[in-house]
Design a protein around this ligand. Structure first.
Ligand SMILES: Cc1cc2nc3c(=O)[nH]c(=O)nc-3n(C[C@H](O)[C@H](O)[C@H](O)COP(=O)(O)O)c2cc1C
Length: 405
């Protein structure tokens, strides 16, 4: 019997995926101070695109170099040269693989390593390890500027050879900060009711669609919920999804959580949810009854059995995998050719359980660096190395960027 993961998926806009496997976005943190894709990006995506996925999502591509998610982010601004991006996308297109750009603004989740003063919907500070400043609420002109930057980046990415774009409205980044009543305290047309809080996202989609045309895939990554009392919840999410459907987006990716509650990584989720593998599948399968947008669900998938079951039950259309691409050098080829039915979770040495998410982030960033440097993945790093890797790296690169500014 043919493995259902290997069946193609056709979008109504005309795009086709050769199978149901997508590499979800993972920030690369590989740029020099010019914030352009370089040889390491090419090596990384060359490796991933050879292994059989239908589509790779880039890591966060930021719309404003002042508000980064990492000091090593790729950035697109008005004066950005397109040549390096063309080289990056042509690496992937060689392998009959889609390459979509994830477009993002960190808002208050921009750390002090890259930003002295962040911006957000309101001045609600993210309190985490003392790393984040109290944000300045965006003015009306500031919001217009953010919208134009998202649209410009989307157009730029299309010209550069990406075959689709995704707007990142999940995980507590700026668009999610507007959506959540905990971080959006505004009383103007950008705050208050859900329609007002979602307005920035809707404007970005509508304006981008006009520029990109109906045949170019537009996706949104959205939280099923923020998993915080008083935050963006499942009911809000369903209502926003209805509006996204009316706007004709091509693919909805469901995730969940923010920097304060890392549900997207399975942290803080009930053990029963984690052991069922897919963290957000229950929400997705309920959604399925009410929504026709092609659906991607990301978070927790580790076995072929669980992946196939979700597809058989028609709970989703494509599966997003992120960390599995950093657990095995061959993923997802083994799933697709039937030679592997499970990726093994690595054992991550965690020195301080309170900072488990930071240690995990350090571990996976070390894995990304290995692939980008053409080295095989490693499965064991000392606890001190995973704990210190990202703070050291961000500090070093932040200092370098500041010197070269
Ligand atoms: C190293 C790393 C970097 C990530 N960077 C991003 C990112 O840039 N954008 C994003 O939407 N999600 C990002 N994520 C979250 C993943 O896309 C995904 O939602 C999450 O890892 C859960 O999927 P998984 O269980 O298959 O890993 C990142 C995850 C990891 C491990």
């Amino acid at each position: 019997m043919q493995n259902i993961l290997n069946t193609p998926f056709q979008f109504s806009c005309g795009a086709t995926f050769k199978n149901r496997v997508v590499k979800a976005a993972m920030t690369e943190r590989l740029c020099h101070s010019d914030h352009l894709p370089n040889k390491q990006h090419i090596q990384l995506y060359n490796h991933w695109s050879r292994n059989g996925a239908a589509m790779l999502l880039s890591g966060n591509i930021m719309v404003d170099r002042r508000y980064l998610e990492s000091t090593g982010n790729v950035v697109v601004e008005k004066d950005t040269s397109i040549e390096a991006f063309k080289k990056w996308t042509s690496t992937v297109s060689k392998y009959d693989c889609h390459f979509w750009a994830q477009i993002s603004h960190a808002g208050r989740q921009s750390s002090k390593f890259s930003t002295r003063k962040s911006v957000s919907a309101s001045d609600v500070q993210l309190k985490k390890m003392g790393l984040f400043s109290r944000p300045t609420p965006l003015t009306e002109i500031g919001i217009e500027d953010v919208i134009n930057r998202f649209v410009h980046t989307a157009e730029f990415c299309k010209k550069a050879g990406f075959t689709g774009v995704q707007f990142h409205a999940a995980h507590g980044y700026l668009l999610n900060q507007f959506l959540s009543p905990l971080t959006n305290k505004r009383s103007d047309k950008w705050g208050g009711s859900l329609d007002n809080r979602a307005r920035i996202l809707y404007y970005i989609i509508d304006k981008s669609r006009k520029k990109l045309g109906s045949a170019f895939p537009i996706s949104v990554k959205l939280n099923s919920a923020d998993f915080q009392r008083g935050g963006f919840d499942e009911e809000d999410s369903k209502r926003v999804i209805k509006a996204l459907e009316e706007r004709g987006i091509d693919l909805l990716e469901i995730s969940g959580g923010t920097y304060e509650q890392s549900a997207m990584m399975g942290i803080g989720m009930k053990e029963s949810t984690r052991s069922r593998e897919a963290y957000f599948l229950e929400f997705a399968s309920n959604l399925r009854r009410e929504c026709q947008i092609p659906l991607m669900v990301t978070g927790g998938f580790r076995s072929l059995v669980a992946s196939e079951a979700a597809l058989q039950k028609n709970e989703l259309d494509v599966i997003g995998y992120a960390r599995p691409f950093l657990m095995s050098d061959r993923f997802p080829m083994g799933f697709l050719d039937g030679t592997c039915d499970k990726v093994e979770e690595p054992i991550i040495n965690i020195l301080d359980p309170k900072n488990k998410d930071a240690a995990e982030a350090g571990f996976y960033d070390l894995q990304i660096e290995r692939i980008a440097n053409n080295k095989p993945l490693k499965h064991n790093y000392p606890g001190w190395q995973v704990a210190l890797h990202l703070p050291k790296k961000e500090m070093r690169m932040g200092f370098r960027n500041w010197l070269l500014r």
